[in-house]
Design a protein around this ligand. Structure first.
Ligand code: ADP
Ligand code: MG
Length: 597
């Protein structure tokens, strides 16, 4: 038998690069969240690990505490174990994490880091030296966004995927993916739609006419009743093989679920892995599918209530955007989630419910094509942080052409104004980290943004909505969901939690990473945050009628809270882990005030 090694390019250089990133990123999170104690002597940090004999081991590194939220940055290749720089990821994790941290999930956390190590090495080994010119469009760029979460240490864990799976389905490998289509008895699914015609349109885009006819024929041959009693549903091929075929065995046997076969259309994985774009139909909706793997921070299932809330939330946000002159002027858009389908799990026995929950459904998201003008380009926002394998930053040419000052100011204005407007005026926070923002440019110059991933990424407080009469009636989450995902809630009674949602996803992660990137082009951290603050103050001056709201959702507060993502991974969801951090917007504001004096 031929050994299947095509999926396993192994490059020592790549694994060394990834090993270094993983050690630094893990250490940065452990230090920032104060999970391990450290002694600082200027830029020289020392901390302790414990070897398998239980003896204390001295570790040192060079690090800086950044102006931005006091985020810690460890100098690559500076970590030493008892004076030796040659410390492997295994020894490091053994001694600094596994032996040292007494968390309920320490072992799982280490496992996620090791999975990340291998999967990212695999991806890096097959990364092209630079992004080819024909790939400079949104769909292809999504596959080139290989770096994953910039803060989370387990940024590419994909627990459940083998390396062969990773090669077949990981976005970096850009393979053709054929979906498995099922017919599910209508009585066993819940469907929420934005427009009544949405379902027919989706069939047109995702199934060729002959394919639709063929599937229908196949369905008819297997059932006694009318085919209208069934709904067609796409499933990710990994999900079908590893979960659906087993978990829904009784439903397949009694024809609640009929297996139709693989699609003719092939799909491309976007950077979130489980959202796919259709390669044959440029207008077709993106499909967000459940994948029962754990990636980065959580299991990537699609909870029933989020599929049903998807069109409701999109309709609500769209109404707000279309009624708002300011957002219209910014040409701010969202990719609406037009259809949400989920299996009706409550029809299952308690035991089957537990294993089936969230595993079978789909959310259709609008394609970006319809929102782009001829003269516009779209980039996933994290393309801005992307360094190609040849070492050249993706934004190198844009910045060389316009200059870092001019380009970054335009970028900050483009990003910050619609997001603070939504917060201040409408009382709505979005989970705007870089993976959920699309930057639209004209001639490589920032022009406007489009936001996606809304069904579970919105937070608001009813009493603070500008239009409380438009508040959507959301499907509540089941109590069991709340138990294992205590951080995912849309409605809150505390305004500070709305502000913190914007603060965390947007300022703490997204803007800070942009700041670090632009620093490499010579823009000082202080100047980056000063521009952010100037943009917010200018916005406030232009909108004096909302003065009170600037206090309600105070972005210059000293007590804004940031989620401690790593603690959560190590110690579990029983306690909520948040911390205060020095607010760079506040620091910049004080700086500006002192200057005025
Ligand atoms: N900067 C980032 N911030 C957060 N998640 C990121 C980032 N970059 C990549 N990701 C990945 O994106 C995924 C989250 O997206 P998800 O909600 O699953 O899908 P979608 O955005 O397509 O709706 C995670 O798997 C995470 O690892
Ligand atoms: Mg997302």
């Amino acid at each position: 038998m031929k050994l299947m090694t095509a999926f396993m390019p192994v490059s020592e250089a790549s694994y060394k690069t990834v090993q270094e990133r993983l050690k630094c990123q893990t250490l940065e999170a452990l230090l920032f969240e104060e999970i391990i104690p450290v002694t600082k002597n200027g830029k020289y940090y020392s901390f302790h690990g414990q070897n398998v004999q239980g003896e204390t081991v001295l570790y040192t590194c060079e690090a800086v505490e950044k102006w931005s939220f006091g985020r810690v940055k460890v100098k690559p290749y500076s970590i030493q174990r008892e004076g030796d720089t040659n410390v492997s990821i295994y020894t490091f994790l053994e001694e600094v994490v596994q032996q040292t941290l007494d968390g309920q999930h320490t072992r799982t956390f280490v496992q996620e880091l090791l999975e990340t190590f291998v999967k990212d090495s695999q991806a890096k080994s097959s990364q092209p030296p630079s992004i080819p010119a024909e790939d400079l469009h949104y769909e292809a760029l999504e596959s080139h966004m290989i770096d994953g979460h910039p803060y989370h240490p387990s940024y590419k864990s994909r627990v459940g995927f083998t390396l062969a799976d990773n090669h077949l389905y990981g976005p970096e490998f850009n393979q053709d993916i054929a979906l498995t289509w099922l017919a599910v008895r209508r009585h066993f699914v819940d469907i929420a739609v934005l427009e009544p015609t949405a379902i027919n349109e989706m069939y047109q885009h995702h199934l060729q006419p002959e394919e639709l006819a063929h599937f229908t024929q196949q369905l008819r041959a297997q059932i006694d009743e009318d085919e209208q009693a069934y709904v067609f549903l796409p499933v990710h091929p990994w999900q079908f093989e590893h979960i659906i075929a087993t978990v829904f065995y009784p439903q397949i046997a009694d024809k609640t679920i009929i297996i139709l076969g693989k699609s003719e259309s092939s799909y491309r994985a976007q950077q979130s892995i489980r959202s796919l774009s259709n390669r044959h139909s440029a207008q077709a909706s993106y499909l967000k599918l459940p994948l029962s793997i754990t990636n980065t921070s959580t299991s990537r299932i699609l909870a029933h209530h989020t599929t049903q809330n998807a069109p409701i939330i999109s309709a609500w946000l769209n109404r707000i955007i279309k009624s708002d002159e300011y957002l219209k002027n910014c040409q701010f858009e969202i990719l609406k989630e037009t259809i949400g389908v989920s299996f009706r799990y409550q029809k299952l026995s308690v035991m089957q419910y537990a294993v089936a929950y969230g595993t079978l459904g789909v959310i259709h998201r609008e394609n970006i094509a319809q929102y782009l003008q001829e003269d516009e380009q779209a980039w996933p926002l994290n393309a801005l942080m992307h360094k190609q394998k040849n070492g050249e930053a993706f934004i190198q040419q844009a910045i060389a052409f316009y200059g870092v000052e001019k380009w970054s100011r335009a970028l900050i204005e483009t990003l910050v104004t619609p997001i603070v407007h939504l917060l201040y005026v409408h009382g709505i926070a979005l989970e705007s980290h870089a993976q959920n923002i699309i930057l639209v440019l004209k001639n490589n110059f920032p022009h406007r943004i489009i936001i996606k991933d809304l069904h579970d990424g919105v937070r608001f407080c009813s009493s603070e909505l500008l239009h409380p009469e438009w508040e959507p009636k959301l499907n509540p989450e089941p109590a069991t969901h709340r138990q294992f995902n205590r951080y995912s809630f849309l409605k809150t009674a505390k305004v500070s939690e709305v502000r913190d949602y914007t603060f965390d996803a947007f300022f703490f992660i997204c803007m800070t990473e942009l700041c670090f990137t632009l620093e490499e082009f010579g823009l000082r951290e202080e100047d980056f945050w000063r521009t952010c603050t100037e943009v917010i103050l200018a916005y406030q001056q232009q909108h004096p009628q909302y003065k009170d709201r600037f206090q309600t959702f105070d972005l210059f507060a000293a007590d804004a809270l940031i989620e401690e993502m790593t603690k959560r991974r190590i110690y579990g969801d029983q306690t909520l882990y948040f911390r205060k951090a020095q607010n760079p917007l506040l620091q910049a504001l004080e700086f500006l005030k002192n200057e005025e004096k």
